[in-house]
Design a protein around this ligand. Structure first.
Ligand SMILES: NC(=O)c1ccc[n+]([C@@H]2O[C@H](COP(=O)([O-])OP(=O)(O)OC[C@H]3O[C@@H](n4cnc5c(N)ncnc54)[C@H](OP(=O)(O)O)[C@@H]3O)[C@@H](O)[C@H]2O)c1
Length: 392
């Protein structure tokens, strides 16, 4: 189908959106026909002016005005693109009109959503439409959940086929939080009942894979030599995404389980982080404390250049099954924004350009792009390695 743009980036004036624009202006093929979208023309012009300085010979993106609160402008955006990237969040607040429009228009869609209730609601409301139109709706194309989803896939690919498999992921990271992420996280923590209700509604509709078993099992170990540290189960969107990939792909075998953990060198850091999270969770329930929390970082603000340069992440995976054990690692630069903007942009480029298995509807990164995206990610500084294989 002929569309005016290959890729439209919605939210280009925000903290992560501007980094994603910079990544595309530096790394995308020159023939890419793309646009920066947002609600404020002056701000969009300012972002475009900065891109012009990266490479004066490269064609600049067009500008497209669209507001999440103005449905026709969102429909127009979705109809004009082959792939839409959106960094307009919190997604629970602003995201649904664009998901609905992309599903209706058959437009591929990628976002940075780590809000599981939003992902579940979008599945319930728009998956079927997207299956009909052929749109691929891929949430969580940043640090949530690419290293974990594709790292688990990469680990599974090192193990025998057709046998029960267990994989564990151990995450260590150094990074900071933007205003958009803080507002999204506090939104999630203040509505745990809504999150549970959305998950129930999805389960009732989605069912289990036929003749196979997949599940999250984070009962694992308090300590791991693999990631050299103490571990704490990490109940983010990531393990849900990993088991959704396992449910969709036969390669994960007849009985697949996944455990997801944060790893800390020192026990005191593990205890401090758990205590800190409990404090944030408690504060998110009380409106005046929630407002205080949100005021710590306003929308648009994010890590400094120095913080971006010093950030890093590693995810160690232990996989076992069929008489083999493997140790793999996914690693990269500053997780939340540096590596994330590259992962998001490469996901969109992958959907636009690569020869991929035919999929549609709400799909994970492993299902929609899998190997093709793993091959692309070293360009964004995200590497996949096999560190050890042992035959039992
Ligand atoms: N999971 C991950 O790995 C990960 C990593 C990074 C970010 N994120 C998520 O990405 C999202 C963005 O984060 P951020 O820090 O980049 O946020 P941000 O700097 O606050 O940017 C938000 C963007 O949304 C735009 N926007 C807000 N309301 C709008 C509306 N009604 N219509 C059109 N545009 C609107 C803003 O435009 P204006 O400039 O006009 O205000 C801005 O461009 C958050 O949900 C965050 O949680 C996730």
């Amino acid at each position: 189908m002929e569309r005016g743009h290959d890729i439209v980036l919605f939210g280009a004036t925000g903290y992560t959106g501007a980094l994603t624009a910079e990544y595309l202006a530096t790394n995308a093929p020159r023939e890419l026909r793309w646009a920066l979208a947002g609600r404020d023309r002056d701000k969009l012009e300012a972002v475009r002016a900065e891109l012009a300085e990266i490479d004066p010979d490269r064609p600049l993106p067009e500008i497209l005005l669209a507001d999440a609160d103005d449905a026709p402008s969102i429909r127009n955006l979705a109809a004009s693109a082959r792939v839409v990237i959106t960094t307009v969040g919190p997604y629970s607040e602003y995201g649904e009109p664009l998901v609905a429009a992309c599903a209706a228009e058959g437009t591929d869609y990628v976002d940075l959503c780590g809000e599981s209730a939003f992902v579940d609601r979008m599945y319930v409301r728009h998956h079927e439409t997207a299956v009909r139109t052929g749109a691929r709706l891929v949430h969580a194309c940043g640090f949530d959940s690419i290293p974990h989803d594709l790292g688990a896939l990469f680990t599974v690919e090192q193990l025998p086929e057709g046998v029960p498999l267990h994989v564990e992921g151990f995450v260590r990271a150094q990074g900071n939080v933007s205003g958009g992420t803080l507002h999204s996280a506090v939104g999630v923590l203040s509505d745990t009942a809504g999150t549970r209700a959305a998950a129930r509604e999805r389960r009732a509709l989605e069912g289990e894979p036929e003749g196979r078993r997949v599940r999250v099992d984070s009962r694992g170990r308090p300590r791991t030599r693999l990631a050299r540290g103490w571990t704490v189960p990490l109940p983010t969107l990531d393990p849900q995404v990993v088991v959704r990939s396992a449910a969709a792909l036969e390669r994960y075998g007849p009985d697949f389980s996944y455990g997801h953990y944060a790893a800390f060198r020192k026990l005191s850091s593990a205890v401090g982080t758990v205590g800190g999270m409990a404090g944030v969770m408690a504060a998110a329930q009380v409106p005046p404390l929630r407002e205080r929390l949100l005021s710590l970082r306003p929308p648009g603000a994010g890590p400094t250049e120095e913080q971006l340069a010093n950030g890093w992440f590693t995810v160690h995976f232990a996989g076992s099954g069929g008489g083999r054990r493997v140790h793999t690692r996914v690693s990269g630069g500053e997780p939340g924004y540096g590596a994330t903007s590259g992962m998001l942009a490469e996901s969109a480029l992958c959907l636009w350009q690569d020869d991929l298995p035919p999929t549609s509807g709400q799909v994970t990164t492993a299902v929609a792009m899998g190997e093709a995206l793993i091959r692309r990610l070293p360009r964004a500084g995200v590497d996949f390695e096999v560190l050890r294989t042992v035959e039992d």
